[in-house]
Design a protein around this ligand. Sequence first.
Ligand SMILES: *[C@@H]1O[C@H](CO)[C@@H](O)[C@H](O)[C@H]1NC(C)=O
Ligand SMILES: [Zn+2]
Length: 595
Amino acid sequence: MHSFFSPTTSSGDAKLDVDTLPGNDRPSRARRARMPLIVGGIAIIVLYHVFHSVFVPGCTARSTPLSFGHLNTQSVCPQEDVLTPTKNSDMWSRTNELYSTQSFRSRAVRRLGEAVKIPTETFDAMAPVGEDSRWETRQPFVDHLAMEYPYTHKYLELQKVNTYGLIYTWKGTDESLKPLLLMGHYDVVPVAPLSVDQWTFPPYSGHFDGENVWGRGSSDDKSGVIGIMTTVETLLELGFKPTRTIVLSFGFDEEAGGYHGAGHLGPALLERFGPDSMAMIVDEGSGFSESHGAIFAAPGIGEKGSVNVQVDIQTPGGHSSVPPEHTSIGMLAALIVHLENNAPVPKLTPNTPAFLMTQCLAAHAPSMPYSAKHAILHADKSKKAMKIAEKFLFQDGMIKALVGTTQAVDIIHGGVKSNALPEQASAIVNHRIATQSSVKETIDRDAQLVKALAAEFNLSVTAYGEHLTPLGAPAYGTLELTAPQTLEPAPIAPSDAKPFKLLAGTIRAVFKTARADTLDKDKEIFVMPGIMSGNTDTRFNWELSDHIFRYGHGNMVIGGLNGIHTVNEHISAASFLEMITFFTTLILNVDEAQL
Ligand SMILES: *[C@@H]1O[C@H](CO)[C@@H](O)[C@H](O)[C@H]1NC(C)=O
Ligand SMILES: [Zn+2]
């Protein structure tokens, strides 16, 4: 997963005060959710946080189904039946049998460890492949795959794109069927040299301590790439012949935006297969987690967009002994205060992924306060209910961030000398754009806000190449807004279509049959639409399918995803093995499904 700039810290100390909610008729103790410090602005973490904070209020569990007047919660967020292979049932049983053996488990874990040992670090602003020698760390990884997965390399066609991008094609017997595309990335976030001492095991050790595999990439996303490769190799070993073609696409610079890897793989796939050619696409993403009696999986059906808006102010310089009332730094400061005082207001919007997610939570989480459930389930019908629902949900900063467009002033520059007036001052505002909004709406909003204030300082304003103030009119200085790199929110995959339903049924099947944790075996998993707040390589594959999901089945109940983008990244071996079962079941289910 790629978070746009340096990681943000999210601690789980969110405290909810549900007592203030109208209509809350039962005593509730706001408890503090304890969870490890997690770093990285990604959906997994967001969801993890959501699960561990929304439901924190101690509230007596109420047995489902609940009925809210005319609303029966069973009709909200209906759950798919467990879906196991039928035509491929024999193959599925054989894989499950194999996966339960110690020899398979050791081998899978060793494979992940070996992959972690190859430090495929991605840095910002790397020069093209061939010019920047730092890409060369990829070759040993590519060679390693060839050595470790002989059947895959014998029976699948491998196309290399921009040297290190990998497309494997496993031809199905029926070429009229749209392929399944599985994605991943094998690059990793660099390990900060000063943080090496803080690692329990060296970051590129791939050490297995009997429970966890340690090291950079063990979770993000070598568990995905190695999980998929191991699945394919195993299916080949067992003699599986797919009916539907399976395509694997592995990028090598996702952690810096994917421009050199997926940015070339996407067009290559498009050229080869054409638009709308894939039955469904599954890339790295969230997993599942427990909260107060309910377990939720949240495949990302969308991704927030992003844009960095740069604000530059230029004013005449001079000796600071005869200063104007405001320097460019003072003006910039006022602008930033103005932006922060007028931050975008998140709006829970019906029919958005975030809204669907809250419906599922309200329908299936037994310990969410009754008043909050009631409000959330009526939010699309009553303004009052919407207000209460938003008030409840937005007490959690993470939900608030998922629902709306966010802004954060992350960089500021200005001034060079203590006795010289600053001729320039600049700031960068990072926005993550709500799925229901757009780049244009976001940057236009900033332009309107700064324009209003610029008049006060007698600045001429240029926003994204357009003059907002009369050209040539006298002004004391200039204010310019630019937005060089933009990413629209991803198209939303329909959650009522066959591919999502197949994915949901598969998740429920894997949870039921191949669960490694110590939870009550009768526990059910609820699948709901999710959103990535960060971005994935799928941004380059929008044209290939309407059905793009970000999901890897990481088991967060037992610590499936830890230390992503920070020290001590590790993954529990049990979770990694569950991921392999997930990829296996997905491939077999998709193979026999009509999509
Ligand atoms: C803005 O600044 C210019 C240049 O210093 C000056 O000519 C003009 O009168 C100023 N306008 C206002 C409204 O102060
Ligand atoms: Zn990743």
